[in-house]
Design a protein around this ligand. Structure first.
Ligand code: 6PG
Length: 232
């Protein structure tokens, strides 16, 4: 692991990426617990967060955690594509009580009502949100040019996600901006352009929603770092 470049940690291997990200996440969670006795943690889905989850499962202070989702696909909770299913299988399993797990109900038939219902149970602000990065620069289920980038609600339905499935629920930019800490996870050459666009001095959130997390702790691997701005 190289020394961080600003807030970007560049790992030489996937294992090093997962170990470093997990170590930082545990410290972030512990900071929240020491500060106010609990950590409200939001989880993203996808293959990159899945690399880190197994390294967190046995080391997080589970009695003090409340789990939420950054976004969720409109699939059953036992579907492999479900972000809930992924986290349940790789992260929390039976380590927490049901009252600590706040599943995002994207499988509900009425996504508008489900979005309002989930917004009502969110913490005042998240202590930590774990974010993934799409090759198009999306994060959460906030995609380039999406009208949700100007959304005032806390949780919003998505009906036209370019990344299947089309129907989702997502936290919105105001919730991401209000989070106490953000952790962005990205690996692989396919993410290099999005990493560069997100961290570049100039750019817009409309073009690259991951710029919402410019000041996050970024954990990337060498392949995803190849287009990092020289002056970053
Ligand atoms: C989702 C995620 C999404 C994901 C990125 C990265 O539900 O799809 O929340 O934001 O984190 O698309 O996904 P990969 O790590 O699989 O590339």
């Amino acid at each position: 692991m190289t020394a961080p470049v600003g807030n970007v940690y560049i790992a030489e291997t996937t294992d090093e990426f997962a170990i470093a990200a997990a170590h930082w996440i545990v410290l972030s969670v512990q900071r929240a617990v020491m500060a106010h006795g609990v950590c409200h943690l939001g989880l993203s889905g996808g293959s990159t967060p899945a690399l880190v989850f197994p390294r967190l499962a046995d080391v997080l202070p589970w009695p003090h955690l409340h789990l939420y989702w950054v976004d969720e696909r409109a699939v059953p909770t036992d579907a492999p594509e479900s972000n809930y299913y992924l986290a349940h299988r790789l992260l929390f399993d039976d380590r927490v009580g049901e009252a600590q797990v706040h599943r995002m109900p994207a499988d509900a038939p009425d996504l508008e009502a489900a979005a309002a219902q989930y917004a009502a149970l969110l913490p005042t602000r998240f202590d930590l949100l774990l974010l993934g990065l799409g090759e198009d620069g999306h994060t959460a289920s906030l995609f380039p040019e999406s009208p949700l980038l100007g959304e005032t609600r806390l949780v919003a339905p998505v009906y036209d996600s370019p990344k299947p499935p089309a129907r989702r629920l997502t936290l919105t930019p105001c919730v991401i901006a209000a989070a106490h800490e953000l952790c962005m996870l990205a690996t692989g050459a396919g993410k290099a352009d999005a990493v560069a666009r997100a961290l570049a001095p100039d750019g817009t959130v409309v073009d690259c929603p991951a710029r919402l997390a410019r000041h996050a702790a970024w954990f990337i691997d060498r392949a995803a770092a190849v287009q990092m701005p020289e002056d970053y």
